[in-house]
Design a protein around this ligand. Structure first.
Ligand code: DX5
Ligand code: ZN
Length: 230
């Protein structure tokens, strides 16, 4: 097993929306690596969250105490994709991922994200096949596997995602590119090691972190579980 760098990406979907700036500072101070922005349009998914203006407002807070920028990992659960992807790129997104079934021209949508200087990712719902990776894996920087049905935080992890993570890990290792394998939904301190063992290296956690009073304690628990992964 190659030594893998693990990243924890708290999803602000479960944060206190009345104090998002403070929440970002607190969760970064707790030792997390990326900030996961769950963008929902009440069309592609049955929920509505936040737009590029919130991203632009929070971007200055996405940094550690010593000023090191923390990547903003935008997950677009929207249809159409391209206009909002461009707006989030202008708002400071570092990673922009979208669901391939939400774009009629996946390759062009990925090219447009990269042309804006952002890293591009594709997101796969629990029942979605991986076929598009046959043609896209060399174009992207991130694969995001949904281990819940998109739209809400606090759901239970869907076990079949483990097999999909294993399949994506094989594809990434075979292509030899430095591609992040991120998993999103139902991640807890109690299952993060199993998800890492399947091949994931980046973990979205919303309710598991923001649902607790001591963010640093949860992050320590998660890091401890990851350290034990062979
Ligand atoms: C669901 C979102 C997930 C969600 C994760 O549509 O994409 O990022 O916020 O929340 P938890 O960690 O609570 O399952
Ligand atoms: Zn997400």
């Amino acid at each position: 097993m190659i030594a893998r760098t693990y990243r924890i990406a708290p999803s602000i979907l479960s944060a206190d929306f009345a104090r998002l700036g403070d929440e970002l500072r607190d969760v970064i101070a707790a030792g997390t690596d990326w900030i996961h922005f769950d963008v929902m349009d009440n069309h592609y998914v049955p929920n509505l969250t936040f737009g590029p203006m919130i991203c632009a407002a929070l971007k200055p807070h996405a940094k550690t105490a010593d000023g090191t920028p923390v990547p903003v990992d935008v997950h677009l659960m929207v249809q159409p994709v391209d206009a909002l992807a461009a707006a989030f790129a202008d708002a400071g997104a570092d990673y922009i991922s979208f669901h391939p079934d939400a774009s009629p021209h996946v390759h062009r949508s990925v090219q447009a994200i990269k042309a804006k200087g952002c890293k591009a990712g594709l997101v796969f719902n629990p029942a979605a096949p991986l076929d598009v990776l046959d043609w896209m894996i060399d174009e992207i920087d991130l694969v995001l596997i949904m281990s819940v049905n998109p739209g809400f935080g606090g759901q239970s992890f869907i076990d079949s995602a483990l097999r999909k993570i294993e399949a994506v890990r094989k594809r990434i290792d075979a292509c030899g590119k430095d591609i992040r394998l991120e998993v999103d939904g139902g991640i807890k301190a109690g299952n993060i090691a199993q998800v890492a063992a399947a091949g994931a290296d980046t973990f979205v956690a919303g309710s598991a972190i923001f649902g607790q009073s001591d963010y640093a304690a949860v992050v320590r628990q998660m890091r401890g579980a990851l350290a034990a992964v062979a």
